[in-house]
Design a protein around this ligand. Structure first.
Ligand code: IDP
Ligand code: MG
Length: 153
């Protein structure tokens, strides 16, 4: 069972797409382990996006993710890091396939609606930036046996 950090970025909240985008992850069978509405401080944004420091788009990225409320979510499920990234689509909305979140709702390079961790290491680091261990809930989900067969590996 994996966990991943998802952020519904300020454009998602401003465009009132929060429910529809969360629905995509739930429809796939991923479970909510934690969730909150918050405004990301510049300091937190700089820690989160430290791997991108120095790139040309970095200052704009920090401005963007701190520009309004976001919904921060931890999702849980088998292979959920890659599954969530597949649902999100390619980084730039105009390149992302129709059917993906970015492909259906995004048209730009930066305003791409959603963040998702890209590896188990970044998921662990990013989840710890936003949640304490006791805020992460593990619980039996009615119907999980119908998403993941018992012998699924
Ligand atoms: P990802 O979100 O698909 O993992 P990253 O390469 O990690 O993409 O970039 C982080 C975020 O920075 C992107 O989601 C996007 O908001 C922004 N970004 C990435 N590349 C560019 C760019 O070339 N121009 C403007 N913004 C960019
Ligand atoms: Mg990334």
């Amino acid at each position: 069972m994996e966990r991943t950090l998802i952020i519904l970025k300020p454009d998602t909240v401003q465009r009132r797409l929060t429910g529809r985008i969360l629905q995509r992850f739930e429809d796939k069978g991923l479970s909510l382990a934690a969730m909150k509405l918050m405004k990301i401080s510049r300091e937190l944004a700089e820690r989160h996006y430290a791997p991108h420091k120095g790139k040309p788009f970095y200052p704009g990225l920090i401005d963007y993710v701190t520009s309004g409320p976001v919904v921060v979510v931890v999702l849980q499920g088998n292979r959920c890091i890659d599954t969530a990234r597949t649902l999100m689509g390619k980084t730039f909305g105009y390149e992302a396939s129709p059917g993906t979140i970015r492909g259906d709702f995004g048209a730009s390079r930066s305003f791409n609606l959603v963040h998702g961790s890209d590896s188990p290491e970044s998921a662990a680091t990013e989840i710890a930036l936003y949640f304490t261990e006791d805020e992460l809930l593990t619980y039996a989900h009615a119907g999980s046996d119908w998403v993941y067969p018992k012998d699924d590996v």
